[in-house]
Write a protein that binds this ligand. Sequence first.
Ligand code: ARG
Length: 405
Amino acid sequence: MTERIVLAYSGGLDTSVAIRWLIEEHDAEVIAVSVDVGQSSDSTGEEWEDIRQRAFAAGAKEAIVVDARDEMANEYCVPAIAANAAYEGKYPLVSALSRPVIVKHLVEQARVFDANAVAHGCTGKGNDQVRFEVGTRALAPHLKVYAPARLWGMTREDSVDYAAKWNIPIGQSKAKIYSIDENLWGRAIECGAIEDPWATAPSEPNTLTKVRTNESVELVISFDQGVPVALDGVTKTVADIIDDLNLRAGSTGFGRLDMVENRRVGIKSREVYECPGALALIAAHADLEDLCLERDLHHEKARLEPRWAELVYDGMWFSPLKQAIDAFMTETQRFVTGDVRMRFDPPGALHIEGRRSPYALYDHGLATYDAADTFRHEDSAGFVRLWGLGVATWSEKQLSKGSGR
Ligand code: ARG
């Protein structure tokens, strides 16, 4: 029986070569599935139809494009905002968030086409192979997963030759210096001069955070139960808010990260990210939480946030712990409703100027030092005495006996 394989197809050199390679090595029928997770077409200058045609040229039996931009925004970016997602305290999970979306559609198309396997173009050194494979095993354990780029041992030149031999039109991917992964949530840039952690990151691959103005940008983001719903008072979809912020905050140079991170596979890697929309939304959201979350809830949430980011980074989007933490996160968002006023000063500085919420726990009467004060000062003396009772006893019975080290 010939195999039928659904391949996650980006239109780039590797996945184009993978189509032909799977046909040759596995005698397979290949269905190329391209998932639009909001990557801008201007990074490649190509339309999805060009990409489909390349898949056919490489030998695909069918080539389809799935529009998942809003799904990415509503079902993946929104939970990331709720969790203030920041892997190792910084990275808002750009690539890590898109892989489960792609996996979901691969598995769905595998059902539609009655395929026995899925395939991806990842190498053996990265996190994305982990996300594809662990995700597929969670959703469809019966499917085989092929990772041709992990097996074929081709260099970039070999791949270019292979494409030429099979008349696969590879467009501009030939002279590629950087490996760039892109979606609505931002861009991840690797390779080239970035591989020297001491070297200044080259500005040439940057697009979203290229400084395009010397004027400050001021804006107001509105949230409803933790979900961004409007920009400057204009109601928009989450995807449109992210795109607008990528443009407006990005124009001031805000949103670039240059970091060394720990990959799941044990490699330290220097990465450059451009994610103005993601970082602006998370900063605004976290600030609104400062205003709206009760103290214990806020502190416990802060403990779970890094765990959530780590699970997603590690390819555990579809896992019981991640689901359970999501339920917690959703519960915490009930009163995270309100507006955050922000100013972006070129190059790259963000200031949160103000925040307000109908559910603010900030109480002016309690906080003020002026005449409007409603705080019961007389309650403090007894409270503070009891608060300190334990250490006072310790001091008298132990510290004063010379046991203090
Ligand atoms: N290191 C990041 C991550 O694991 C980005 C990976 C980007 N992938 C790429 N093909 N450039 O999430």
